[in-house]
Design a protein around this ligand. Sequence first.
Ligand code: MSP
Length: 650
Amino acid sequence: MKTFYVTTPIYYVNSFPHLGHLYSTLVADTLARYKRQCGYDTFFLTGTDEHGQNIERIARERGVTPQAHCDEMAEAFKGMIRDFGLEPNYFIRTSDASHHRGAQALWRRVREAGYIYKGQYEGWFCPACAEFKEEEEPGRPPLCELHNRLAERVAEESYFFRLSAFQDRLLAFYRENPECVRPASRYNEVVSFVKSGLKDLSISRVSVRWGVPVPEDPQHTMYVWFDALSNYITALGWGNEGEHLRAAGISEGSIFERYWPADVHIVGKDILRFHAVYWPAFLMAAGLPLPRTVYAHGMWLSGGRKMSKTLGNVIDLAVLRRFFSRDVVRYFCLREMVFGEDADFTYGALIERANADLADGLGNLAHRTLTMVQRFCAGSLPEISAKAWGGYEEELRATVEATIRAFVAEFEAYNFSRALEVAWGLIARGDKYLSDMKPWDRARRPEERARVETVLAVVVRVLRVLAVLLAPVLPETMRALWAQLGLAGEPARVNPLALEFEAPMAGVRIGEVKPLFPRMEKEGIMAEIESHSRLEASPSSWITIEEFARVDLRAGTVVFAEKVAGADKLLRLLVDIGETEPRQVVAGIAPYYRPEELVGRKVILVANLQPRKVRGIESRGMVLAAVVGPEERPVLAGFVEDVPSGARLR
Ligand code: MSP
């Protein structure tokens, strides 16, 4: 039996799951369902990436052990999988003992092959990304754009991976395997990155404890990406006894030979380099086969920007689950985003698509057809009659067969949104056929009986084909449609590669006919989402009292204010917060406040914000303001009663 191995990235446990996380898993789940349907012995892996300095720090800040933090977060990700009905074969956690053993085995293999050596690393490191950053100006810490924080200087003994030795081998591999990185634009990016030269990679830290200890030198902890990437093989039992697989009811200890190399690693484009450069190099060094494809998808944006907790624009999964069905979310994600490109997420677009494509499109075609089968055929699927079969029917059958071929081809090429467009082309054809043939009119004339039955039998076959093709995308509703059609078994068990228009269906009694997708009232639901998001902050946005207490808020008095030369929006303020010197702060409020009206005014200052340079001026804090109206006008926060400068806010 042919096998198929698909993975998602394992999720950092530094934030609760949001739509971006769901998306990688949802795509992998859809692919896995499709391949299972096509008869492949399929393994779909997901899990959590739990190690590193960042996690150590978050746990410390929360006052819990790293393990306790990770246990809680792993549950949150498992919860996402349950809530959205995703069906991975295994969920790996990098804190599992079996994973540790596997990662150490990989390290030993690479070391024994001569590709790991000890040296001294000095560089700029962003703990939030767990990544070293390039120095831009000599001696100055680079700013991590993603986390809006300055990188930290790190100098320590470190093990290095001889990445530089793999430049030519990687380039040869890319040349011989043009599908190893997809889409093509990403392939080109990776090739030119490698062509520009590869430096050896620091792959251990002595200052981090929470991670996989380096074998034979446990003072060192593995660099989190060496550890994390190896999950794709340790999960299959490579380098360990596979006891985790037995415990999960996957009876064989190791299934590595069965599934490796992976058919596809689904990843976001932000982590492509790790998967398309470092990971193949580690595997080459260990003498292991390389994954067939790394597919990099785009980012879900919200309000035009990448979703992030800091920006506060993440799409909350609890809101999605509360207001939308799982299948609607799946459909929207796969239809709206051209796989590989970025897309904007809005609830409005989700509701519009759900109404137009699902309720009015697929749902309506199924409902009106089956209602007519009830009314005109006494609830039994009718037969095609040779005498009513004409050119129109012949054309429709050809369309169905072309749709099956095109849908499968697009799916195989990871063009999910195109595949769905193709399927919806068939829905439109089915609709038009019904409107042209008007079986409801003909049903009044007994001599047209064969014609009415044939028309309905043709559309019922269209629905059957759609149920099979769409089963990986809409598993629950297509199962429901199958039952309404009165068919035995499940659409997920019908192989789309062998699917045909013809099917013995006549005489089958249909099931209870119900709308598959309710229409949604856009304005009402949008308003409900809005008030829900405001009133019920979900657990993913809660912070603990300890986390809040880390923000040092002070009452301050503005003692000086002036415009920043050459910047329309900025004012330079000096704010007295009871320290020996007033604080210099740069604030983007110039269009709304004149400098002279600010002097003497009480403000609230975030006093322990990391200093940063704005237009060459060091800003040591931030004044708080409400953001009002669509133009986001800042209104400074202050006090009604008098407070001394320096008073703490709690
Ligand atoms: N832990 C690493 C992966 C290690 S794999 C050996 C990691 N984790 S992550 O939790 O930060 O991201 C997991 C996946 O979610 C990535 O593929 C990332 O691209 C994806 N997404 C996170 N935010 C996203 C969007 N806003 N949109 C789409 N996917 C994005 O990286």
